[in-house]
Design a protein around this ligand. Structure first.
Ligand code: UN1
Length: 492
């Protein structure tokens, strides 16, 4: 058995316990008897210390040239590469996704670190002609200040990397709270920044529970910006709280992602893609395929193929090599099982799965529900589990209307070999991301990530667009005419 890890906060360059000394347990969803460690249950006092440290570090970090800041990110990438194998094991143990997926999560952060480091030598502003002679006009990016970053457990290194890396590159300082279901990964990530030589106070780690620690961060008057990934319900509360404080807020929230399969599609490819999109990470991705919309005439064959693909998936302890791991905790497990029951009560038919698997961990068999109609709760609400709702249609217009008939708009997919169908879907699907002949999961870090409608509030993560979240635009006018030139006077 591994030794129990006594986790710590990281404030002003020092690893320390919460002021109250309170702690919470972190155990493996593969087997809750496997307790990984105990982490600080931080309160407002700890958040206060972290904010003060971030405030003190800010002027120096802001004044550090961006290419110099970027060098630390390169080092972070190298250290992640060095530690990838051990981090992969720890991630699978802590939050249960398969070893190959955990390795992919860390690789995403490595890719992101190299990509964002390149921005250190770009961070472009614009110059533009002034309307007046002998006057110069330009824009430049500036950091926002102290940022509060609150991240989920399902991508416990990748999603923090989407936020922390561009936030640092832009010259901000940070109070970071990882999810209480994956505190070890948060600590490991911060250890890497410390080893890479990030100056003290620039990145502060405050572990804790969302309702207390997260709330203290959101409501702290000296934090200028909140970036949060999680449920739409929590996101709406955070948005309201930030709104009242006139605080910047970037939200990445839920999804109810549809995959459309046309009768002209490669059905083998579609079946393989849908099984991966729906059941990868046990469906615990905001991009998971949770609705399958299939053309009537392709339905019987596609479902046969899909059931065969699903039957191949090994569900169980991912440390022992299973493809599909556990649900993260008992609360989520109950939610998933309840949704399956609600769907059946509303008239859906179970094609496979539908039950919890008897074992030590929180496992649910991959579940496919047929006969779903667009107004059922299973067709509308995010489950965050390995549950796929199947609906059918006659025309692409009908499919797009069903796909768009939900509150969310993160990812979407269409399988078709007809170019017109593909482009019509790209044009009309109300989603931040559309895949053609690929499942709804698998975003690449150099493209913007985010959604429309209740999936967020209009921001994008990753890619160079992330800089729009973490910078303020400064507009600069330089008048070298030597006289007072009055703009906006009608001299005509
Ligand atoms: C999330 O599920 O919170 O593209 C975001 C994908 C993942 C998404 C991560 N990288 O499926």
């Amino acid at each position: 058995m591994n030794a129990l890890i006594e986790g710590l906060n990281y404030i002003n360059g020092t690893w320390q316990d919460a002021v109250s000394n309170a702690r919470f347990d972190d155990s493996s969803p593969n087997n809750p008897q496997d307790v990984i460690g105990r982490f600080p249950a931080s309160t407002l006092e700890d958040v206060d210390l972290a904010v003060k440290s971030a405030q003190e570090a800010f002027p120096q970090w802001k004044a550090t040239p961006a290419p110099e800041r970027a060098k630390i990110l390169i080092k972070v990438a190298q250290l992640l590469e060095r530690d990838k194998a051990s981090l992969t094991q720890e991630m699978t143990r802590e939050m249960g996704k398969s070893l190959v997926e955990a390795g992919g999560d860390i690789q995403e952060a490595i890719d992101m670190a190299y990509f964002v480091a390149g921005e250190g030598r770009r961070l472009y502003g614009q110059t533009t002609p002034s309307e007046l002679p002998n006057k110069w006009a330009m824009t430049m990016r500036q950091p926002v200040g102290v940022c509060g970053l609150i991240t989920p457990w399902n991508f416990p290194i990748a999603v923090p990397s989407w936020k922390i890396l561009p936030c640092l590159l832009a010259g901000n300082t940070i109070v970071f709270k990882p999810a209480e279901d994956a505190p070890l990964m948060g600590q490991r990530f911060v250890e890497i920044f410390a080893e890479a030589g990030l100056p003290k106070g620039v990145l502060n780690l405050v572990q804790g529970i969302g309702e207390t620690t997260g709330q203290a961060i959101v409501n702290h008057p000296d934090i200028r910006l909140i970036s949060f990934t999680g449920s739409s319900e929590t996101g709406a509360t955070i948005a309201a709280q930030c709104g009242a404080q006139l605080k910047r807020v970037a939200l990445e929230l839920g999804g109810k992602n549809a995959c459309i399969v046309m009768d002209d599609a490669d059905l083998e490819l579609a079946a393989e893609g849908i099984a991966w999109g729906a059941f990868g990470t046990s469906g615990q991705r905001c991009t998971a395929t949770s609705r399958l919309l299939v053309h009537h005439s392709a339905k019987a064959r596609l479902l046969d193929l899909l059931l065969a693909e699903t039957a191949k998936l090994v569900v169980g302890n991912t440390l022992e090599g299973a493809d599909i791991g556990p649900i993260i905790n008992p609360t989520q497990l109950k939610r998933v099982v309840d949704y399956i029951a609600i769907a059946q009560a509303e008239g859906a038919t179970l094609l496979c799965g539908g039950h919890q698997i008897e074992s030590d961990g929180y496992f649910v068999a991959p579940t496919i529900l047929d006969g779903v109609t667009p107004t059922m709760r299973i067709a509308q609400e995010e489950v965050f589990g390995p549950v796929l709702a199947v609906m059918s249609f006659d025309t692409l217009e009908e499919a797009i209307a069903i796909a768009n008939g939900v509150d969310y708009g993160l990812s979407s997919a269409i399988f078709t070999n007809n170019m017109s169908h593909a482009f019509q879907a790209v044009e009309e699907l109300e989603a931040g991301i559309t895949y053609v002949n690929a499942p709804s999961i698998g975003a690449e870090v150099h493209l913007p990530f985010g959604g429309v409608k209740k999936t967020g509030n209009g921001h994008r993560e990753a890619a160079s667009q992330a800089l729009d979240v973490f910078t303020e635009w400064k507009t600069v006018y330089i008048d070298y005419s030597g006289r007072l030139q009055k703009a906006q006077l009608d001299n005509n």
